[in-house]
Design a protein around this ligand. Structure first.
Ligand SMILES: Cc1ncc(COP(=O)(O)O)c(C=O)c1O
Length: 409
């Protein structure tokens, strides 16, 4: 594949749902920030698992269970390679980004933070990287400090330098904002946090669908992702964490598989990463996620990023030509997300009218209410791109906005 339009047309053809019509029109799916559609190979992998390979893992001595275990552990190795982690011990399967962050808050946070310690988050975080820290604040007396952004939706590294102190124990930041598309300078932010000895958690829910992520290169301590946003199934995600940290952290949940031995007096925990995977895991989900990662790698992560950058600049240019449209979030480094408002029209009305044209966009606060507060808007309309979108989708989006404008204004 050389990244030409023709190749991406072949990519699009692998998504059966995109052949469907919505309200009589071919579906234009532009809500990838919420969840992506699934390619045939992911659907087939999950179907094959349930038809031919299903058994519980790590338990059976019979062939079917051994094969299911091999597939599940193979998915862990695929995830390790995808993120370039050092070891599969550093790959914990979780339900998604939300669970990954809660795991860090409740295991690492409770064991390592005390009253007066500080966690810094940015103003553009998703609620899932705000509320877990507020729970600790209310229960343990930690401080939650916000690194503000400018009106383009960018954080300032000098402001971060001014904020950190020996009280700062964790910097918890999104790699890419779901509401604005901003890609944060994670490596530079890691360096600043390191200068005061703080740990760094990166919310990668929006970054992993769009770019290559190398956790060793970023040198973060924790990295969270959600399978369903990167062409994989729902209910599965990964928490990457440095081995030494996981080793020292207490379990998050107790139950089967996370133990080595149990008596009523004493329980010995299992080795990594199983210590953090209590109960029967989402086996089909993990295998489906690995298929999605292979799908992305087969296209090429740099190629995906370059293709989507082209879509983003085309969409930005076309939207800016519409009178009354204001783009929210114009950071220099952005991924494939355009949030906008149309003067005089409520985002929900706009999105509802677009649905009648077969166009799926999100109109909401995008679980990032502080971002809405910053820009003083109740909500935005968000078009977020994936590998199967193309310029026709954007042309249809623009035509639908023009049409909606006539009806609403
Ligand atoms: C930046 C960001 N973080 C976290 C999440 C939460 O992901 P999940 O609902 O898959 O746990 C999302 C979902 O929209 C997100 O966009």
């Amino acid at each position: 594949m050389d990244g030409s339009v023709l190749d991406f047309a072949q990519v699009r053809a692998q998504f059966p749902i995109l052949q469907l019509r919505e309200n009589g029109q071919p579906l234009v799916y532009l809500d990838n920030g919420a969840t992506s559609q699934k390619p045939q190979m992911v659907i087939d992998t999950i179907e094959r698992y349930y038809r031919e390979q299903n058994a519980n893992v790590h338990r059976g001595v019979y062939g079917l269970s051994e094969r299911a275990t091999e597939l599940y552990e193979g998915a862990r190795e695929t995830s390790r390679q995808f993120l370039n982690a050092r070891s599969t011990k550093e790959i914990v399967f979780v339900r998604g980004t939300t669970e990954a962050i809660n795991l860090v808050a409740h295991s690492w946070g409770r064991a390592n933070l005390q009253a007066g310690d500080e966690v810094i988050v940015t103003e553009m975080e998703h609620h899932s990287n705000i509320v877990p820290w507020q729970l600790l604040r209310d229960q343990m007396g930690i401080r939650l400090t916000v690194l503000r952004m400018n009106n383009r939706g960018e954080v300032c590294l000098n402001a971060l330098k001014g904020l950190v102190s020996e009280k700062t124990k964790l910097l918890a930041i999104t790699h890419m904002s779901n509401a604005l598309g901003t890609i944060n300078p994670v490596k530079e932010m890691v360096e600043i946090a390191r200068s005061v000895g703080a740990k760094i958690l990166v919310d990668g829910a929006q970054a992993t669908p769009h770019m290559r992520v190398d956790v060793q290169d970023l040198d973060c301590d924790f990295y969270a992702l959600s399978g369903h946003k990167m062409y994989g199934p729902t209910g599965i995600g990964v928490l990457y964490a440095k081995e030494a940290l996981l080793e020292a952290m207490p379990p998050y949940q107790g139950g089967g598989d996370m133990i080595y031995s149990v008596t009523f007096e004493k329980t010995e925990y299992n080795v990594l990463p199983y210590k953090f995977e209590a109960g029967t895991p989402n086996i089909a989900g993990a295998i489906g996620l690995a298929a999605a990662m292979r799908f992305m790698v087969s296209i090429g992560l740099e190629r995906i990023a370059a293709y989507e950058a082209g879509l983003l600049s085309y969409a930005t240019e076309r939207l800016k030509q519409i009178d009354g449209v204001r783009i929210i979030g114009e950071a220099e480094h952005k991924g494939g997300v355009v949030s906008f408002i149309l003067d005089g029209a409520h985002p929900h009305d706009l999105a509802t009218l677009m649905d009648q044209d077969g166009i799926a966009v999100r109109a909401s606060h995008h679980c990032a209410m502080p971002v809405m507060q910053h820009f003083n808007v109740p909500a935005t309309v968000r078009a977020s791109f994936g590998v199967y979108n193309n310029r026709d989708d954007i042309d249809r989006l623009v035509a639908a906005i023009e049409e909606a404008k006539e009806m609403l204004l």
